[in-house]
Each structure stands twice: as structure tokens, then as C-alpha cells.
Write a protein that binds this ligand. Structure first.
Ligand code: ADP
Ligand code: MG
Length: 701
């Protein structure tokens, strides 16, 4: 085994037999020695801090004790069977308890030996105990490299433990890997970047992350490895972005023509906000470079994305192209169609709607007009993607609410012309900056961070159940003014039956308070057919009903400017971004709007934070940041597919500063040396070469 490298299969490492190799692969996806070295500890125990048993109390999160193990015995029968032992230091004694893997554990424990244990203390009938503590023989400390004050802890699983691959076992493997490989560990980043950012070397950092010699040593290693990880992600993304622009020719919109100008000067019913102007300008510049545009527009609900899309499409038409706009649901497509026709007025451009329910005759006509080129703008749902839909010359595609569409669907739109059309993706789900930089790091991003003037901020209040009468009062007042009201119930798969009961009970109550014929109520929920849902929504949209009781199906994009109150039942059960989306259904007209968050009295700490955040701010970006902090990136929509969760050490919620620095570094790098031709950057060129990356568009989601 003379020439071990990071890509040597894990099977070849000393101490790893076939069986261990198998579990490492299956449980931890460790296939090579390099993978092992990248399996970092998830936390460290400060070995300088021991608790005395007399100071231990059940409120502590964790206690670390140096003491001696005695009186190991099994007690109880069958399911109640457990292993208990005493653990003693010079100040007292505590009980250790195990419920699982008893037989196997018992073999390993040494009566009378000194151990360092760590775990969460608890108290039962006045007896202090620690259940399933982390255990380590005290003497084994000395066998490790150096004298570690910060003791790494690796996460493990039951299966791994069966093969002695808990913290100690994994550490042994790390030790033999490093003994063999340390001198061969190559620097991964160019010297000039390391110097600029004052980073620890790669080699030292890998050693220190597994065997830290001091707290400072460990911190420097963590900083270095986080920076490295984020740097390479950004390098790949920004490199792909560069490739895309050089690879895909784009239609050149080199004039701002008559239709755009007529619309802007004569038809537009309101002054554009500065944010809208800025984004339109960004799009204009982008579509005149000769390269294909891939731009994401983020803008909170009500920020006015539609008119931006429309003006971009007019730009395309002025330059001799067709445009289309795709929405995720039929209702949204209809609303876009109606809204855009109203904005446009007569004569400027021809617009048609194509959805699943478009009749055969109309459909044929649309197909024909598209191919002839007499139809300028097509608005619709997935129906647009079908192969039968062929354009004479499509130059611009708008996709609304992008996260509902899959990769394949977008790719199909790309192929609707020889040169792919420019793509404008619009989302009303604000994504925290750090996530956007990573999930959409290879797209250009525009942000509409300003609401149209004169819009009154929505007033949000949080009511407990016993304040329900106040919410009824507000509802009556608003209906008396001619306004409409949404009332939303959670309907969640796991608790669907209960949820439906709540909904029915709530509805009964509501019908008593708001009886026909004075009041009319629409009901929309996921158990209804598309037709029924549409019918009920249309009644509300037309103003035939004053109250719409719904489950979250109304979440996306529906626009009823006359609706002024959003009441969310059991609001503590909704996620922040969902609450914000729902609230965005109101506040679309000039009138004061309200959002009432109803909740039970029992709130978790997190639930409370969510509701307080909603009451405090209307800013979607601020809310998204809180959401990221509360839940981590794993629960934010779209992250699953984007790979941002596969990070080994960096964390997008807590490492924003490092990420920003890494991205800036890469941007600067490409500015100075776009082709990475300079000698000092060869390492990076090699990295990208090895990545052999596919086309990035496929990764956008
Ligand atoms: P969203 O970004 O949520 O898609 P819309 O495009 O539907 O928002 O716009 C919401 C409402 O605001 C629409 O009624 C639209 O006509 C109006 N609107 C858009 N831009 C402006 C503006 N600059 N000034 C006033 N009203 C505007
Ligand atoms: Mg919209």
C-alpha cells in the first residue's frame, strides 16, 4: 500500500476489512479515503471541562464526568430490561442506564475502569442518571495524536456501532488515514487566495479538524474548510454561468420599439416603481448581448412582477419575436391572461390563452396562428409545453412561480426555437440571499424590493381562540364596507381527518355568525374536483360570495384586489413562508387590509417566534431570513434538489459572511482571469476540468 491517495478505496485502509468497508459505504457513503477525511466531527467536547457529580442537575444540557464504573448489572424483564451501572467520582455517584444493545454493551464495559462519560442528566424518583452516555476509557486518551483538549465526536448509527465505528473507532481510522496520507495531502487553493484570506493550509486544516491541538487551531481549521467548500461551489456555479453565456447564442433585441414605447407612454395605468424600472433595464441590457438570458426575478407578492413580464414580452415583439408566459395553475393562467389583456388594451399585440380546458377548435386555431406568427403572446399552463405547440419564432419565455415546474418542462421550452429563447423566471417566494447565491448561483438574479406607492402595509394581529369574537366583529365591518374575506384552515396529509373535522366545525360556526341570505360563503378544499374548485373560486372572484373558506389551495398567486382580510386558523401550524404567501393574498387594493393569525394558547417557542415575526414585519426577505434560521436550509422549498444540503461543513444559515466572501473572491478571480490562464490559478482550472460539469440549466429548480 505504498501509494495511498485520497481516491484510494476505503477498503485498502489499515483496519478496514470487507465488512467495515461495507457499512462505511452503506451508512455514511464513505467510498474512498478522501471521503473518510471529509467525514468531519459534528461537535467537540472540551476535555478541559469536567463536571463534578455533586454539581450535576437534571436541567443541564449535557455533563462530562471523569469517574469510575462499577456495579454493572441487568435489571428488569423483557421489554423493561435494561443495563444499569454506577459511576462515581470523589464527590458522588450517578447512575448510568442503557435500554438498547444491552448484551453487546455489557461485553464492552470494564468494571472498575476509569471512563470519561458525556450525556444528558435526568432525574427519576430523586435518582440522578444519564441514559446512553457517550463513553470512553480514560487511558485511551493518551494513545491519540497529541493531547487533545477538544475531543471530536462523530455521529454514528446502531449499525456502525456494531462494527466498533463509534467516535473512537472512526477516530482510529482517521488516524491511520492521516498517518499514511498526511504528507501527500495537496493544497487545493491557490497561494494568493490563501494569503489574501489568511487561511490555514489544507493539510493542516484536515489534521486539525480531526485532531485539534487547541481551540484556536480548531477554529482556524473550521474557517479554512468552510471557506474552501463554499469557494469551490461558487467557482463551479460562476464558471457554469460563464460557459452558458459563451455557449448559448441568444436572440438580440437591439431596439426598443413602437409597442414598448406606446405601452409605456400611453397605456400603463400607473408609474413604475424604481425597482420595476431597474429590473426592466436589466432585462433590456441582458437581451441585447447576443447571449441567452437566464434571469430570476424575485419579488414579494404584489410587487408588480406581471407588468415587468409584459414589458419584456413587448420588447421581444418589437424585435420580431413571439413570447409566452407559463403559470402553474389554470386559475393563475386565466388571471394573467385577463390582467395582461386589460393592461395592454386593444391593438398593441395579440394575446391568447391555452390551458387544459381550451376547446379543440380554439386549440387548433392557436396552433395555426402560432406557426404562422400572427399570434404574439401565448399565456397558459403546462399545455404550452406540449410538442404540438410550435412557434414561428419564439424569443422570450416567462415562467411564473418557478418552483412548481420541473427541469424537463423547462428544457422543453428551451427547445421551442433553434436558438433558445430568453428565459425569465419569476418567483414570489423570497429566498434568503445566501440560499439564492447557491441555489441560483448560475442565474442572474433581479430583485423587486419595493412595493408600488400608496399601498398600505397590511396590519397583522395575533389572536388566541378566546378573542374570536373580535375577529368576527372585524369581518362584519369589512363586509359592510363591501370587502371580501379569506379564511384559511390547515389541511395536512398526516392529520387530514382531524383537519377536515375542524374545518367542518369552523364552517358551521361561521354559517351561524354569517347566515344566508345576507351572507354568502365559498368553500374550496383539496378534496374537491378541479371543476368544483374553479366554480367556487370564480364566485368569489366575481364578488358573489363575501367569504372564502379554504385550505391552502389558494396559496399561489390568486388576485382578488377587493379582498381585505385574511384569517388564518391554527396559524401556529403553518411555516413562515406559507404564512407570508397567504397574507399576500390581501393588501392588493388601495384599502387597508388585515391579517389575523388565530392560534391555540399552546405555542411552541418556534411557533411563537413565527407568529411574532409575522406581526412585526411585512418584508418577505426578512421573513425568509428568519425562516432559514429557524428551520435550516433543509426545509426551504427547492433546496432538496439543489444540492445545497450536501455540504460537509458549511451551513448556509450560519455561514453567510463566509459565503459572501467566497463568492466575492470568485467573482474577482474571474474578472481578473476569466479563462484561468494565469499560472497561479492552474489548480482551479484543473478542478473545473475534473468536474466535467454538465449543463447547468438542468440544475436550476
Ligand atoms: P405580483 O408581483 O405579486 O405578481 P402583480 O404583478 O400581480 O404582483 O401586481 C399586483 C397589483 O399591483 C396589480 O393589480 C398591478 O396592476 C398593480 N401594480 C403593479 N405595478 C404597479 C405600480 N408600479 N403602481 C401601482 N400599481 C401597480
Ligand atoms: Mg404574480
Amino acid at each position: 500500500m505504498a501509494n495511498l491517495t485520497t481516491i484510494t478505496p476505503i477498503d485498502y485502509l489499515k483496519g478496514v476489512g470487507t465488512q467495515k468497508a461495507d457499512v462505511l459505504k452503506k451508512e455514511l457513503a464513505i467510498f474512498t479515503i478522501g471521503d473518510l477525511l471529509q467525514y468531519y466531527p459534528f461537535r467537540y467536547i472540551d476535555r478541559t471541562q469536567f463536571h463534578k457529580i455533586k454539581d450535576i442537575h437534571p436541567d443541564m444540557i449535557g455533563a462530562q464526568v471523569l469517574g469510575r464504573l462499577s456495579h454493572i448489572k441487568e435489571v428488569g424483564q423483557k421489554r423493561g430490561k435494561r443495563l444499569v451501572a454506577q459511576f462515581r467520582d470523589e464527590t458522588g455517584v450517578i447512575e448510568l442506564v442503557w435500554f438498547q444493545s444491552i448484551t453487546w454493551l455489557r461485553k464492552g464495559l470494564k468494571e472498575g475502569a476509569a471512563y470519561i462519560i458525556y450525556g444528558k442528566p435526568s432525574s427519576f424518583n430523586g435518582q440522578l442518571s444519564i441514559t446512553h452516555p457517550e463513553m470512553e476509557l480514560y487511558q485511551s486518551q493518551e494513545k491519540k495524536i497529541g493531547n487533545l483538549t477538544m475531543q471530536p465526536v462523530y455521529s454514528s448509527t446502531e449499525k456502525l456501532k456494531k462494527f466498533s465505528l463509534e467516535t473512537r473507532g472512526i477516530q482510529k481510522l482517521q488516524q491511520s488515514a492521516l498517518e499514511l496520507l498526511y504528507n501527500g495531502l495537496q493544497e487545493t487553493m491557490p497561494e494568493h487566495i490563501i494569503a489574501d484570506h489568511n487561511l490555514m493550509s489544507h493539510q493542516k486544516a484536515v489534521l486539525a479538524i480531526h485532531f485539534p491541538q487547541s481551540v484556536q487551531d480548531l477554529n482556524a481549521a473550521i474557517q479554512r474548510l468552510k471557506f474552501e467548500e463554499l469557494f469551490f461551489i461558487q467557482l463551479r456555479l460562476l464558471h457554469n454561468k460563464q460557459l452558458n453565456t459563451s455557449k448559448y447564442k441568444g436572440h438580440r433585441f437591439d431596439k426598443v420599439g413602437e409597442k414598448f414605447n406606446t405601452f409605456f407612454q400611453e397605456r400603463i395605468p400607473f408609474p413604475l416603481t424604481n425597482a420595476q424600472k431597474r429590473v426592466i433595464k436589466e432585462i433590456r441590457l441582458d437581451t441585447n448581448t447576443g447571449a441567452q438570458m437566464n434571469r430570476l426575478v424575485q419579488g414579494d407578492v404584489g410587487s408588480g412582477k406581471t407588468v415587468v413580464a409584459l414589458m419584456s414580452m413587448l420588447l421581444a415583439i418589437d424585435n420580431g419575436y413571439q413570447a409566452c408566459m407559463m403559470a402553474p395553475t389554470e386559475i393563475l393562467a386565466q388571471q394573467h391572461y385577463a390582467g395582461i389583456r386589460e393592461l395592454l388594451g386593444e391593438g398593441l399585440a395579440s394575446v391568447k390563452l391555452l390551458t387544459g380546458s381550451t376547446g379543440a377548435k380554439e386549440r387548433r386555431l392557436i396552433h395555426q396562428e402560432l406557426e404562422e406568427g400572427s399570434l404574439d403572446i401565448l399565456i397558459g399552463t403546462h399545455a404550452l409545453i406540449e410538442d404540438k405547440v410550435k412557434f414561428k419564432n419564439i424569443g422570450f419565455v416567462v415562467i411564473d412561480e418557478q418552483h412548481r415546474f420541473g427541469v424537463e418542462q423547462r428544457a422543453k421550452l428551451w427547445r421551442k426555437n433553434v436558438i433558445p429563447p430568453h428565459m425569465l423566471v419569476m418567483t414570489a417566494t423570497p429566498i434568503p440571499r445566501t440560499l439564492a447565491m447557491t441555489m441560483y448561483g448560475d442565474l442572474d438574479i433581479s430583485v423587486i424590493d419595493e412595493l408600488p406607492a400608496g399601498r398600505k402595509p397590511i396590519k397583522t394581529v395575533h389572536f388566541f381562540e378566546n378573542q374570536r369574537l373580535r375577529s368576527f366583529g372585524l369581518m362584519r365591518e369589512e363586509i359592510a364596507k363591501g370587502r371580501q374575506i379569506y379564511l384559511v384552515y390547515p389541511l395536512i396529509k398526516e392529520s387530514e381527518k382531524m383537519d377536515l373535522l375542524y374545518l367542518e366545525a369552523g364552517l358551521e360556526n361561521l354559517q351561524r355568525e354569517f347566515p344566508a341570505p345576507k351572507y354568502h360563503i365559498s368553500i374550496v378544499h383539496g378534496k374537491m374536483s378541479v371543476k368544483e374548485k374553479d366554480f367556487e373560486m370564480q364566485r368569489f372572484i366575481k364578488g358573489e360570495t363575501q367569504i372564502m373558506v379554504a385550505t391552502t389551495v389558494i396559496e399561489v398567486g390568486v388576485n382578488v384586489p377587493n379582498a381585505s382580510v385574511m384569517i388564518i386558523e391554527n396559524s401556529e401550524r403553518f411555516g413562515l413562508s406559507q404564512l407570508h404567501q397567504l397574507r399576500g393574498r390581501v393588501g392588493r387594493g388601495a384599502e387597508q387590509s388585515y391579517c389575523i393569525l388565530m392560534s391555540s394558547n399552546k405555542l411552541s417557542k418556534e411557533g411563537r417566534t413565527r407568529l411574532e415575526t409575522m406581526v412585526r414585519t411585512n418584508d418577505g426577505f426578512e421573513i425568509a431570513e428568519v425562516d432559514l434560521e429557524l428551520r435550516g436550509p433543509g426545509d426551504i422549498s427547492g433546496t432538496q434538489q439543489s444540492g445545497v444540503l450536501d455540504m460537509k461543513i458549511a451551513n448556509l444559515a450560519s455561514d453567510q459572511a463566509i459565503l459572501t466572501r467566497a463568492r466575492q473572491t470568485v467573482i474577482q478571480l474571474f474578472k481578473e482571469d476569466p479563462q484561468l490562464l494565469e499560472h497561479k490559478n492552474q489548480l482551479l482550472k484543473l478542478f473545473l476540468h475534473r468536474q466535467n460539469s454538465g449543463i447547468t440549466w438542468d440544475k436550476i429548480s
